[in-house]
Design a binder for this molecule. Sequence first.
Ligand SMILES: Nc1ncnc2c1ncn2[C@@H]1O[C@H](COP(=O)(O)OP(=O)(O)OP(=O)(O)O)[C@@H](O)[C@H]1O
Length: 368
Amino acid sequence: MADIEAVRAALSRIVDPARGEDILSAGMVKGLAVRDGAVSFVLEVDPARASGMEPLRKAAEAAAASVEGVTGVSAILTAHAPQGTARQAPKMAVPDLGLKDFTPKPKAPEGPQPLPGVRHVVAIASGKGGVGKSTVSSNLAVALAARGLRVGLLDADVYGPSQPRMLGITGRPSAPSPGVILPLRNHGVAVMSLGFMVEEGEALVWRGPMLMGALQQMLAQVQWGTLDVLLIDLPPGTGDVQMTLCQKTEVAGAVIVSTPQDIALIDARKGIDMFNRMGTPILGLVENMASFVCDGCGKAHHPFGHGGARKEAEKLRVPFLGEIPLHLGIRVAGDAGAPIVAQKPESEEAKAFWSIADGLVATLAARG
Ligand SMILES: Nc1ncnc2c1ncn2[C@@H]1O[C@H](COP(=O)(O)OP(=O)(O)OP(=O)(O)O)[C@@H](O)[C@H]1O
């Protein structure tokens, strides 16, 4: 079995030529973990040098891979300027010879790019945390797969990746060659999550640039194969992750999840506004935790109010995709790793997810 100390020793032999120091002593290796032979770590570099650091990442990856018992390595490069050093003057003044750099540089593609092999990228977003965005993502993914679509789910909720638990996946994705990560599968869905790479809670303490680097690397390196739909479970809010996704990747549209409460709807409106500004179409609004049917009296109650999201959708002229009840079964199924559409596909509480999934299939089909 691979030993973390052996991996450390291998990494300590990789020297960053610019610093003349090995990457471990230089503090560039973050989040090193070894689980069942799979090694993962983040190589944190100065943004000013980021474009030339791929060879160092590859060397570190190869060093870790050479350790006995290691079955796969995932080394993620992230750019992060150490505080207070980003603007420091270089120690040695380099004479300016007035020469222009004529080295041809590969032109970075402009604007959002399609993901190879993926027909439609659909972002699942919410303005506020805890409204059920991950629950909706996992149920929609499983429902779409059950309808015969080739479905992937990228858990980009980097602050609290919950899809490994909700979809019942433990393991680690394999990395058969440098720069290639294979997603894991369950319930007919190909899944990639930062939760596979770090211990639970660890990503919460990562800094913004590390998270962004991890997201971009997941977008670039995960080999999804051919997919009809890739759902992206976004973190709540309207931050860097959402913007980077829309700027770099061609997104067919966003599904916004909200509870009926005013406060959640205000945040949902902000989310819709952000997607509008980024030019990403809104596929619709979902109202989660819309009603609660009491076991005792059998009546439907509306603990968070009712109909707010439908009204808001009308007001904002975006499609209303459906209401999902607040139901213990939905939470228990998610916690047990089998979304309700997989665990009890015929149940009343699963119905709304099927109908939203069918609406999404129709919308995407209309787009070709
Ligand atoms: N309709 C529902 N009925 C019962 N429980 C639900 C429902 N929707 C979500 N939950 C539960 O509420 C909790 C929060 O849901 P979830 O993790 O999906 O929210 P989220 O919006 O993705 O949160 P965050 O963005 O903060 O990670 C979970 O325990 C989930 O099982």
